[in-house]
Design a protein around this ligand. Structure first.
Ligand SMILES: C[C@@H](N)C(=O)N[C@H](C)C(=O)O
Ligand SMILES: [Zn+2]
Length: 223
């Protein structure tokens, strides 16, 4: 009886602190990934630079310029599953007609990095719980913004990337009209091409079909 109560307490404590994680099943080798993509090429992991000409990269987790204050990746690379990557290409094509382009802060993120981010943040609303895994671990998410096609200058979105405050929320309306219009433009195009959003982060979009395995493969191994 006491044993059971103790176990329940342990589980609850784990849920609250997030430290007692149950890992979701993850693919950890290139060979295992290849087995799944052999029957479904839409699941292949592809470099966004190759699929989307002119896309800008500023892979923050490969630099100290991220909320943890130190690099989480050994390599600055942006990979996604082929299906969402092709859809992102369409977003980029529509933006080009308006003199704009996409700038990527993050795309595929190995599962082990999600665990590191979870442990590094106190406000758990802004990082996926490793018990479920992130859309980024599945290769179906990108953190991104809009930039001027000619100068590469970022448009004003009201806050920077990974600004973990209310002003980053989609419902936060106390912002200049131009900022709200920029956010609306990005959201409208991403939605049109098959992506969903999370309410707390204007920069995060993920493919609406989430039926992709969690991966824990180093970015260098995807090359
Ligand atoms: C940490 C932030 N950039 C992010 O990607 N958050 C979402 C919720 C995630 O971790 O999947
Ligand atoms: Zn994200």
């Amino acid at each position: 009886m006491y044993g059971r109560a103790f176990l329940l307490l342990l589980l609850l404590a784990g849920d609250i602190t997030g430290r007692c994680q149950q890992r979701p099943p993850a693919i950890t080798t290139r060979a295992a990934l290849n087995t799944t993509t052999a029957t479904d090429p839409g699941k292949e992991m592809v470099p966004l630079r190759q699929v989307i000409p002119g896309i800008l990269l500023d892979i923050r987790y490969a630099t100290p310029n991220n909320f943890t204050g130190r690099p989480q990746y050994k390599k600055a690379a942006a990979y996604m599953r082929r299906r969402p990557a092709e859809a992102l290409k369409k977003v980029q094509e529509e933006l080009a007609k308006k003199g704009l382009c996409l700038k990527i802060y993050d795309a595929y993120r190995p599962y082990s990095v999600t665990v590191a981010l979870w442990n590094a943040t106190t406000d758990k609303r802004y990082v996926a719980n490793p018990r479920r895994g992130s859309h980024h671990n599945r290769g179906i998410a990108a953190d991104l913004t809009l930039a001027d096609l000619r100068t590469g200058r970022e448009l004003d979105m009201g806050t920077g990337f990974d600004n973990f405050t209310d002003s980053a929320h989609h419902a936060f309306a106390a912002l200049p009209a131009q900022v709200l219009a920029n956010r609306r433009l990005l959201k409208g195009l991403m939605w049109k091409h098959g992506f969903n959003f999370v309410p707390t982060e204007w920069w995060h979009y993920h493919w609406r079909d989430k039926n992709y395995e969690v991966l824990d493969i180093d970015l260098a191994e995807l090359e």
